[in-house]
Design a protein around this ligand. Sequence first.
Ligand SMILES: Nc1ncnc2c1ncn2[C@@H]1O[C@H](COP(=O)(O)OP(=O)(O)OP(=O)(O)O)[C@@H](O)[C@H]1O
Ligand SMILES: [Mg+2]
Length: 588
Amino acid sequence: MGQEILVNEVVNLKTNYDKKEMQLIRRELESYYQKKYGKEGKKRLRYDIEALSTPNVAKKGFLSNIFSRGDWKIGTQQLYNSVINTQRGRYLSASSAIQMTELDRYYLNKPFAEAVIVKESTGQIKYLVSEVPLSEVEKKQLNQIKELLTDELNVDFKKLGSSEKTVSYLKKQIQIIIKNYKLKVDATSLDKIAYYIVRDYVYFDKIDPLMKDPKIEDISCNGYGLPIFVWHQQYESIPTNVVFQAAEELDKFIVKLTYMTGRAISIAQPVVDASLPDQSRIQLTYEKEVTRRGSSFTIRKFRERPFTITDLITFNTLSPEMAAYFWYTIERQASVIVVGGTASGKTVTINMLSMFIKPTAKIVSIEDTPELQLPHENWLPSVVRTGFGVSGKISEISLYDLLKNAMRQRPEYIIVGEVRGAEAYTLVQAIATGHGGLATLHADSVEAAIHRLESEPMNIPRPLITTIDVVAVQSRVRLGDKSVRRIVSVSEIVGIDPLTKDILTNEIFKWDPRTDSFVYSGRSYVLEKLVKRHGVVFDAATKELENRKQLIQWMAENQVRDYKDVVEFIRSYYLDSAGVLERIRKGN
Ligand SMILES: Nc1ncnc2c1ncn2[C@@H]1O[C@H](COP(=O)(O)OP(=O)(O)OP(=O)(O)O)[C@@H](O)[C@H]1O
Ligand SMILES: [Mg+2]
């Protein structure tokens, strides 16, 4: 068998191979390498496959020639993944033939699934999910039990309620099946088999270990045959060894995920933006309708414990001084719009800011997908409903409808998850009539934000825009080799220039990238306005700001990070500020 035939065989690339075909290709390659390199052949092949993922073209060598034609990316990825999968056991041991250093290892679902983070000789960091392996016998048993379960189970898992209930129900069913069909499964095998069944039926299938990793913030799949990428708190965006090999496998999974959100996805309705039962936000596309590489999904994981002011101070997203400023002004119903790019942390910031609102205030929030978590008892969260079904019989309830309705509830504060369209006008009107308002908006700067508010489809007249008090710009910025979130600028909207008719802004805080610290401009018009409106002596306001800054600093120094604790401190401060200050000065 000469190189030509081999090359032909591999170049004849389909976009997808089944397992058998993949094995065949590998065997062919192996025998070719063995002929060429003798004993070293297998090892060389692994090196070369490994090298395919390096950006360095020279290193890619022979194999990349094969794969440089046609749809090589999918071919190489698949080959690469098949090697990773079969070699995983060996990969993880220190004596691995492929140069990989283990950086980190921790349990995701003890003792069944582990995360292993490795650095390859190419410099690429990878996230490997390592799950308990099944023997051939166990694999057969797993499939058999799955089939029997599908035949015998006549339940809608969603109706069973909480996951724990479903899990114990399912485990019982597995035992019944084993007994009824007299299957020979020993206790350890049963545990492993039950792990996979529960993983696939109740939880998130292949990506379940990733969903269980609290260090993973986002999970994204850009198509079949491609590794799933995660955003890891420590290692940032890295590929994993989890892959949906075939288009059908991914499509099926997408349908299942969508079902979990209570929505439907189809060729007629190929894009869904929704939330999972655990409140994670998810975006899905179906088949090749809108995304070229087939179905795709992105999950932004829900945090059970929302980020608090202490967390954001610890990350240095903002300073205690800025936090005190927001607290003081928001308490007096100032309106704050947080702007920034995708995933810059806008929603997290407004959620954190809303914890500063007086515990007794009436708040209405309006969102596309439920993300906000507030401690307030008098909080009415509302979420839009998109019309589903082709006929559109169930009518849509938009942000605009919700906001109009919210105004009838006489809230003191209105929080809009993200303003995009007609609802912006109503929000700004509410702000103009004295309501407190918090919102996020997609824009990179104050100017861009104002421009967006003034243009289609929001069309807010300039005089109304000036009723917004504060615009904070949040960004994801690079700091050394890390990507961090910073509130890079806080500006007050002061008014309209009588001559130029431009909107006048006053940048009150600015992030200095050199020192990674925040600079205060020294004058706040919003503070002056609020003080005047509420008849407070300016010095008293300054003192109050200083006290709140101290409390926030104290919480950061003492790592009072938990949501409940932070909320409790804010609540007690509202009730008895002197008492709280006394306590922290005494150090308890
Ligand atoms: N200050 C922060 N420091 C570190 N991580 C953060 C910070 N804020 C948010 N994150 C993380 O970033 C991710 C995105 O945050 P968030 O949803 O607030 O962004 P966003 O700007 O609202 O995004 P989108 O434009 O999609 O609405 C979250 O997974 C969160 O865990
Ligand atoms: Mg958001």
